[in-house]
Design a protein around this ligand. Structure first.
Ligand SMILES: Cc1ncc(COP(=O)(O)O)c(C=O)c1O
Length: 342
């Protein structure tokens, strides 16, 4: 059976060219700062973001945990949108390891407003947790790959700064936002104190993320990474994949976005399903509330026909386009969905 795997953009396998780059990588012990390929990647990532320094880490989750730890103190509160990855999908690390609580805001496709931020800041009062950090996500995963318009990002950040908050961006898929908006990474990064992005999603690498910020932040981040067991040795083989991805897999994200729109147009209205619009990047959310079928049933039917996708919550199915999904795969997935759901 032909399989089209739309569960996640983390499913990509390294291309032959990426594997060749990995095999040829010069390596050293990165805990000693002696891996030339990791050093080159960190310098490149920092430069692209227009910041001082960067740190290669094994995962987006570790980048988030380090960032949350360093920009808060135990007992502080982080202001963030309710369906943020940090809150929903990271096993409670913010509470268990960073020791912080959260003020959750209801977003619109994951995006929040300056008024919401201002309203969530606590009084300076001995009874209250201290509001310390504003946490943003771009693109927003559970929001359906939504991008922060730059003016809205600026306004929300200004509201946070007016209350003395540090600003962090979980940019696991920020390159998708850059391509969708047609802006360089530095344009988005300029708004925030620190950010991360992942190589292991749309960029098609097997492993890795970077955490980026000012020099003091990244120096401290290196210590916390070690504490969490994330110090890597000859990680140049992974950094080489990441460098290859920055050279070859950024601009092509536009193809994933076009494929997502094609998928959305092909699925909208089938069996009472509704696509959440707009589809800005590589994530398609199908709302099932108008359908006689729930997310588990839809996913079960499609998987039975080789079209893999995931239930996102009680009323939503998620489909994600990526490097290993061609236009022909998307057309095939739509044909299958129309025949079994239509
Ligand atoms: C927005 C966002 N942040 C962080 C992560 C965590 O990345 P990782 O799976 O590399 O730990 C993900 C993973 O999907 C994500 O979507």
């Amino acid at each position: 059976m032909r399989i089209v795997d739309l569960r996640s953009d983390t499913l990509t396998r390294p291309t032959a060219a990426m594997r060749a780059a990995m095999a040829a990588a010069e390596v050293g012990d990165d805990v000693f700062h002696e891996d030339p390929t990791v050093n080159a990647l960190e310098e490149r990532a920092a430069g692209l973001a227009g910041k001082d320094a960067a740190l290669f880490v094994p995962s987006g989750t570790m980048a988030n945990l380090i960032a949350c730890t360093l920009q808060t103190r135990p007992g502080d509160e982080v202001i963030l949108e309710r369906s943020s990855h940090l809150y929903r999908y990271e096993a409670g690390g913010f509470a268990a390891c960073a020791g912080v609580s959260v003020a959750l805001l209801d977003g619109e496709r994951g995006l929040i407003s300056p008024e919401q931020v201002a309203g969530a800041v606590r009084l300076e009062d001995v009874h209250q947790a201290r509001s310390r950090l504003l946490w943003l996500e771009n693109t927003h995963n559970a929001g359906g790959g939504s991008c922060w318009p730059l003016d809205r990002l600026a306004a929300v950040v200004a509201a946070g700064r007016a209350h003395g908050l540090a600003i962090h961006l979980d940019g696991a898929r920020v390159w998708n936002a850059c391509v969708a908006l047609g802006v360089p990474l530095a344009t988005i990064a300029a708004h925030v104190d620190a950010l991360s992005f992942c190589f292991s999603k749309g960029l098609g690498c097997p492993v890795g993320s970077v955490l980026i910020g000012d020099r003091a932040f990244v120096t401290e981040a290196r210590r916390v990474r070690k504490r969490l067991g994330g110090g890597l040795r000859q990680a140049g083989v992974l950094a080489a994949a990441a460098l290859h991805a920055l050279d070859h897999h950024v601009e092509r994200l536009g193809e994933d976005h076009a494929h997502a729109r094609l998928l959305a147009d092909g699925l909208d209205g089938l069996a009472g399903l509704r696509v959440r619009r707009p589809v800005e990047t590589n994530i398609v959310l199908l709302e099932t509330s108008g359908s006689r079928l729930g997310p588990m049933e839809i996913v079960g039917i499609l998987i039975g026909e080789g079209v893999r996708c995931l239930p996102m919550n009680a009323t939503t199915v998620r489909l994600v386009t990526h490097l290993d999904v061609s236009r022909a795969d998307v057309e095939h997935a739509v044909r299958i969905a129309r025949s079994v759901l239509g």
